[in-house]
Design a binder for this molecule. Structure first.
Ligand code: UD1
Ligand code: CA
Length: 453
């Protein structure tokens, strides 16, 4: 089949400089949700009709399998589809989707396409308690679809019809050019309505058939920030439901946000208010404390991520302990049994098996071996004002508290660094390194007493 996604509308009610279809839902543009669903149907042609903010839309969703058609002026849904015609394969049906309807399931679209077959005109419809605003499906005495009437063109009886046009249709392609060319805009909105094509199709002997989605939210569109927020919640509810079905324990399924894909092993626990972005993998028995943000990361089996930990583009081994308040920045690679504690920042650094940095440290551009203990307040001085340099700390080094390691520098295996040392030259293995300092004690000292103004 061909798939055409209509995305030329302005989205005035979003009150935003960003084109409506680029507003993110679960961290991804609305239109990208539609394109990704379309791809699962393996269309022969995939065309997006752009108009308002067309350049930004092309840039955001451009891909080798996506073609764009420009609708310079928004003269209606029928006119929009006509712009895509030259890019379509006339031998297969065309499925029409909306760029601002992000959550339609592929199975629903498949059902519509199958119902219509090669020759039918298929309309995805739903029956709503309040159909106000939508086009209504007008059926004849035998129940057959006769036409679609827009809210603004409908009479009182037609407005009582609860079955509405979702806008998603599938149509034979070869006769479409003729049908679209014959559309007139003598209606309440002065637009070329795609909905009027159904009559031409019926007249030409193509049966009009309907299919329904499993859930009404699949056909909801976004016209305002309020609707965007509602659909975000629908989506997050669905994601949380799928995690529960897969056996993940969620402290509260209403308080997790997944903006990307979250893959979990067995017996994973996730506490409240965690945000997962990009591709995140949590292996068996991982537990994530409250208020963590984890982006593009893999966390090994049995690792505990305590509250308020922030992880981005990092890989963590098994049985590690992170946080509370730990920060792993891009390029952090932690082996098994590593501990990274409160207010410790790790960036572009490897930390070997069993090493610990439990308090208040910065480990950046570093290779830390196994069994290393990094005392509180340790800083890798990786930046000389112009360039970044690496710090190498070999296995079983003991780094005393408040140590500065001025990179580039290498600390050999088994070294002990005394507290408060500035290490600016390489240290040979199995030695003690310290800076000479004197502790002076003055007796009889009286602290001056000052008066408050
Ligand atoms: C349309 C349908 C209505 C249906 C409703 C479902 C028509 C005439 N009416 O109405 O029966 O119940 O959707 O939401 O089709 N678009 C363009 N170019 C245009 C006009 C629209 O690309 O010139 C795109 C919009 O960006 C949007 C989609 O088409 O993604 C629907 O447009 P919209 O104006 O929201 O249609 P409705 O008037 O709501
Ligand atoms: Ca609409």
């Amino acid at each position: 089949m061909n798939i055409v996604i209509l995305a030329a509308g302005m989205g005035k009610r979003m009150h935003s400089a960003l084109p409506k279809v680029l507003h993110p839902l679960a961290g991804k543009p609305l239109l990208s949700h539609v394109i990704d669903t379309a791809r699962t149907l393996s269309p022969r042609r995939l065309v997006v009709v752009v108009g308002h903010g067309g350049e930004a839309v092309r840039e955001a969703v451009g891909a080798p399998d996506v073609q764009f058609a420009l609708q310079a002026q928004q003269l209606g849904t029928g006119h929009a589809l006509a712009q895509a015609l030259p890019l379509l394969d006339a031998n297969v049906p065309t499925l029409v989707l909306y760029g601002d309807v992000p959550l339609t399931r592929a199975s629903t679209l498949r059902r519509l396409v199958d119902t219509a077959g090669q020759n039918g005109y298929g309309i995805l419809t739903v029956t709503l308690d309040d159909p106000t605003g939508y086009g209504r499906i007008v059926r004849g005495a035998a129940g057959q679809v006769e036409r679609i009437v827009e809210q603004k063109d409908a009479n009182d009886a037609e407005r009582k019809i609860a079955e509405i046009n979702t806008g998603i249709v599938v149509t034979p392609t070869a006769p479409l050019a003729g049908w679209l060319a014959a559309l007139r805009n003598d209606n309440a909105q002065g637009e070329y309505y795609l909905t009027d094509v159904v009559q031409a199709a019926i007249a030409a002997g193509h049966p009009a058939v309907t299919a329904q989605p499993d859930a009404a939210w699949e056909t909801l569109g976004v016209n305002s920030k309020q609707q965007l927020a509602e659909l975000e919640r629908v989506h997050q509810h669905n994601v949380a439901g799928a995690l529960l079905v897969a056996g993940v324990t969620l402290a509260d399924p209403a308080r997790i946000d997944v903006r990307g894909s979250l893959t979990c092993g067995r017996d994973v626990f996730i506490d409240v208010n965690c945000v997962f972005e990009g591709e995140v993998t949590l292996a068996d028995n991982v537990s994530v404390g409250p208020n963590c943000v984890i982006r593009s990361a893999s966390i090994g089996a049995g690792t505990r991520v305590d509250a308020y930990t922030h992880i981005e583009n990092a890989a963590v081994g098994a049985n590690a302990v992170l946080g509370p308040y730990a920060r792993l920045r891009p390029g952090a690679k932690l082996a098994d049994d590593v501990h990274v504690g409160n207010f410790v920042e790790v960036k572009n650094a490897n930390i070997g098996v069993g090493s610990k940095a439990n308090h208040l440290s910065y480990v950046g551009d570093a290779d830390v071996g196994a069994g290393v203990n990094i005392g509180a307040g340790t800083i890798t001085c990786n930046y000389d004002g112009a360039n970044k340099h690496r710090t190498i700390i070999e296995d079983n080094v003991f780094v005393g508290s408040d140590t500065q390691l001025v990179a580039p520098v290498r600390v050999g295996r088994g070294v002990t660094i005394a507290a408060g040392t500035t290490v600016w030259k390489d240290v040979p293995q199995a030695t003690l390194v310290l800076n000479e300092k004197t502790q002076i004690v003055k007796t009889g000292y009286v602290r001056p007493v000052k008066k408050k103004n």
